[in-house]
Design a protein around this ligand. Sequence first.
Ligand code: NAI
Length: 245
Amino acid sequence: MNEQTTLQPVIVTGASRGIGAAVARRLAAAGYPLALVARSAEALQALAAELGPDVRPYPCDIADWDAVQQVVTGVVEDFGAVGGLVNNAGMTRDGLFVRMSPEQWRAPLEVNLNGTFHFTRAVAPLMMRARQGSIVNISSVIGLTGNAGQANYAASKAGIIALTKSVAKELGGRGVNCNAIAPGFITTEMTADLPEKVRDGMLGQIPLKRFGTGEDVAGVVEFLLSPAASYITGQTLVVDGGMIL
Ligand code: NAI
């Protein structure tokens, strides 16, 4: 998509709320045709209706490979191409490592890492054939630093960074860029349940003295999809107000 003047369709996962909804709003405002993915059909339909006729909902569980393939087939039928992919859907299942069950360990890996693999794997042949495309994976600063109580989530997000670099190396020769974003503390439903004390402690570590917003991440997504970023691939951009400096 980076070299084109007409905006190619972009798939955004986890678009029903939080960062994904902010990304969808920003890209729709920029004129991108959008395929919105999340589990909740209702929330997706409402957002698609709000954003206009070039935005369509595709409810699916990204951990389900067959379902993801069906979505990508449907997107190609509906839009004729896929120029961009934003792998944003994600979840946490926090707990102390010594008490973590194998099921608890696997849950974020199946959604965050396998889900990112599923969508990337499904769109890569299309982008390679078209000799253009841009993939943006939403990792986390936790994937760079690790975090007590989040061994499973940290591993899934570190895996996304390694996946991003590998895909960048394999697909670069076919005109496909692949980058990651590592957000810090972004105010969404995912972070809403953290105790006041933890939130205050985190704020003290952020040089820019505020938590991030979905819009802070959405602007960087738009940049990475744009021609301005056409010579950037395999990178992880940290969007955290300076938190992990
Ligand atoms: P959120 O919990 O508000 O939204 C998550 C979205 O992912 C929802 O649309 C949900 O339907 C979708 N989703 C979850 N599991 C799914 C599945 N199995 N299949 C399809 N869709 C699924 O989360 P938020 O805060 O907007 O986070 C978005 C991404 O940003 C996640 O990958 C998260 O790990 C990452 N992130 C968030 C940070 C934060 O502070 N909020 C910080 C760093 C990274």
